[in-house]
Design a protein. Structure first.
Length: 429
């Protein structure tokens, strides 16, 4: 743990030790009680307001007063509004999306909502057949020049709604889904409309099929035509899929789609669903990939131990593609943000373990990885951005103690991947 940091814009150097508390490196600006979050939880900053969903005091508790969605003043952390569905049951919210004057999210109480982002007033709601366990993706699929809302429903496939009124545009329920997956939207067939890529299962909760035969009853990565939901291709994986797909543009290949399975099979695919190359590295992956200019970051766990690996976004298969790896003594289900938080112009991958550590893995091979001690660990991806407009970046940590913490880096370092699935990048680098 020998990382030398220049902090607070001063010329002095600070040696981070294995037991260094985060406040001694990145001072706490504010904290706010919001309830616990998950490895699928994201945060969205919009015009000085921070939006985040909550699973409440207890993820399994009904009638939980902390469930719902929160809008916070990003400068102070003070509550602007809190929305919770006025219905008995489990009102957990995991993911949120913001577009224009609207905020979108689903609940564990069989509804998908659209609210006015300034007031928290309900604009429309849509009844779903089961829980909505993850965030939605926004993309114009019906050609009206307005973003539509694309999301998965647990066991019941993919839904696309008109963002203006909640009208169903299409649904694809001939696949089963865990509901953990955030759809990736890319124009795969070059028809000018983005298509939908999402993890799913070959065991749908419906008698209707879309005409394709399943190769096995495991998990797949599916691609559906964005205009109508018809299947384009499916790629089998050897185990369950908990992560969400991401993609980057390669100058030689074009779009490259990345997906990792629970048993850590990381596949790189082209727009036709054909495998370009793959890496295998153990088991226990819930985190989604994070992308930098040259590398891809993946968190994994083995039993009660975990770690974070950086792998090359290469054009060829190599036996050992591992660029860098850092171990931790506890589970890591958090994806990573990627930013320069040390002020050395180099990128750091920033993730959490579930005990009490923030993992900081410099992309440079010449710098050691290290960690900082948190009040408690977390599952949600840290959010790194200038959230309060002071000209320097903050690090937001949604902790398993039920608090959202805002730490100051005192630096305006470059941010490549601001949070879960790259924040506003929506999974696309």
């Amino acid at each position: 743990m020998k990382k030398l940091l220049t902090i607070f814009g001063l010329s002095n150097l600070f040696l981070a030790s294995a037991q260094q508390k985060i406040e001694e490196v990145f001072p706490l600006k504010w904290k706010q009680k919001i309830g616990v979050t998950t490895y699928r939880t994201n945060m969205v900053l919009d015009q000085g307001v921070l939006f985040i969903g909550s699973n409440g005091e207890d993820r399994n508790q009904e009638l939980d007063k902390l469930d719902g969605i929160y809008a916070l003043d990003a400068t102070t952390g003070k509550l602007k509004w809190h929305f919770q569905m006025e219905m008995l049951g489990d009102n957990d919210v995991t993911g949120v999306a913001v577009s224009g004057d609207k905020v979108f999210f689903g609940t564990d109480n069989y509804y998908f909502f659209c609210l006015n982002k300034d007031t928290g007033k309900q604009l429309w709601k849509f009844r779903t057949p089961n829980d909505v366990e993850s965030m939605s993706t926004l993309a114009d699929l019906n050609g009206d020049s307005k973003e539509d809302v694309v999301f998965t429903v647990e066991n019941f496939g993919v839904y696309v709604l008109d963002s203006e009124d909640g009208r169903l545009i299409w649904k694809q329920d001939s696949i089963g889904t865990s509901g953990n997956h955030v759809p990736l939207c890319l124009d795969l067939n070059e028809d000018g409309v983005k298509d939908v890529i999402v993890g799913g299962r070959g065991t749908p909760y419906t008698n209707r099929t879309a005409g394709f035969k399943m190769e096995h009853y495991g998990d797949y990565l599916f691609a559906f035509d964005g205009k109508n939901g018809k299947p384009l291709w499916q790629v089998p994986f050897g185990s369950n899929l908990h992560a969400s797909p991401v993609a980057y543009k390669d100058e030689r290949i074009g779009w490259v789609i990345c997906m990792v399975s629970a048993y850590c099979e990381l596949k790189f695919l082209n727009v036709k669903g054909e495998k370009l190359w793959s890496y295998s590295f153990g088991y226990g992956c819930f985190a989604s990939p994070s992308l930098s200019d040259h590398n891809i970051g993946i968190a994994t766990s083995w039993g009660r131990n975990g770690g974070f690996g950086i792998y090359e976004k290469s054009h060829f298969v190599k036996e050992d593609s591992k660029y860098k790896y850092a171990d931790t003594s506890d589970v890591v289900s958090s994806s990573s943000a990627i930013a320069d938080i040390s002020g050395d112009d180099g990128m750091e991958f920033i993730a959490l373990d579930e005990a009490n550590r923030m993992l900081i893995i410099p992309e440079s091979k010449n710098e050691d990885s290290y960690h900082l001690i948190l009040p408690k660990g977390g599952e949600a991806t840290p959010y790194v951005l200038d959230v309060d407009g002071d000209g320097t970046n903050e690090i937001l940590v949604a902790s398993l103690d039920g608090y959202l913490y805002c730490y100051s880096t005192k630096r305006k370092g470059k941010v490549l991947w601001e949070g879960f699935r790259g924040g506003r990048k929506n999974g696309v680098y």
